[in-house]
Design a protein around this ligand. Sequence first.
Ligand code: ZN
Length: 502
Amino acid sequence: MAMALRIKKAVYALIGIVLMTAAGLCHAGQKTHTVFFEGEENELHVFRSFGRVEGKTLLIVGGIQGDEPGGFLAADYFADLSLEKGNLIVVPRANFPSITKKERQINQDMNRKFMDDHTRNYEAKVVEVLKELICQSDCFLNLHEGSGFYSATWESEQRNPGRYGQSIISDAAVLRRAKNAGAKDIDLEKMALTVIERMNASIPVPSQHFHFNNHRTNQPDSLHKEQRRSATYYAMNICKIPAFGIESAKSLPLEQKVKQHIWAVDGFMALMDIIPKTPGIDLKKPEMQYMIISVNDSIPVVVGKMQRLTIKRGDVIQVHDIITNYERGLSVDVIGLGNEFNDMKKKLKILESTRIEAKKDFYTCGSVFLDIRDTPGAVPIGRLAVSDSKKADGIRYKLKVNGETVMVDNYDHVRLNYGDRLVIVDIITGDIDPSEYVVNFKGFVGNNSRNDGEDRGYVIDTGAGVLMPRYSLERKGLKYHVVTTLGGEEVGKIYIDILKNS
Ligand SMILES: [Zn+2]
């Protein structure tokens, strides 16, 4: 037991060091996502956004009590935000176990564990991290939903000074810091009222307007002495930063509660001169992870990048979706079939082995393969076989000559009659994605507006004068070559010999 405790203490100390170090590094313009207690029931996700220009740091915590979705759903939007100036630390779901149960608490109220609490449970581990984050920030917002409606005077059971809903709460009107060297007192009431004025301009119903709710937590006659153990109390008294509870009234529609929290956070960001970047730019390389495919209207299967799905000749496939690191601009191309732009959701009858290429806009971002097995029994009935690509011995070429499929080995000669129509359908490359190669018919331009050298998929009519003899090997327009490159390096070729019977 003693041993276990010591190890736990060491772990907490380590977390502290990691957090401190992260804060000290230069992350201008970056976003980070840190997972604490990964794989445990209390997994904690922390999102940081660092502005291009230095500034103040605002901490937003949602979901410290799981039955208050207005807060954690609003926090999600800020987890994704890119910033021009200042920094955000966002913990959308502080108490994930309680969220999954839609309950205020599991073992203990997590928001009563920030001062003088020594009960070891998962809530304590999360609170340790939150305490570190609070002290790294210049202002802290705890997003809640409260019962009833706060009012400075007693109006009814549902609307009185003891209620929380539609209020911005602080533990005092002024945060006294003047005793600390160089620090100034902070007028919390003024901060809250500035934000409230902005928020109420968007709330048409006066009875739903927000109010400033000073808990006067440290005063002997405070109505809310239990808040002396809360996160905002810790922020004010230990970290000496302004801290507020944002309370949407539980009884309002969810959408309104989420919007109100967003307005409140917007208001505090403006006060702290934290400026969002609109829109955020993140031009990461597009990467497909999975393709969702059904065969003959089966339940769709998930086929990973560079995996192979074995089917029978004549099976009808349908690509339902692709999963990539982008959500928009996605399409698929079933090589040699379908239409010119997008084969997503099209039912296509597959008569020969082919490849499906995923694209994000015009960037190819991954392939999966359809392998035809004609041997009876090779494809178990009712079960689809997905396998990984093997290393290939060498590149092979899949061509169509006047509509007939021809397979050609690397460095082979292909003999065509003048007037034959050739299509370089694809190359077969084993465990490297064929879309990473460029297959260039020297002397033919497939796409005039974007001559990237890629000539797969075009009909090359050898009798239509589209070939340029000056690029032929003998400069007479009868011997051409198709050169394959990977990353600019030549890795293979085939020869196209045209017979002219004059
Ligand atoms: Zn709450």
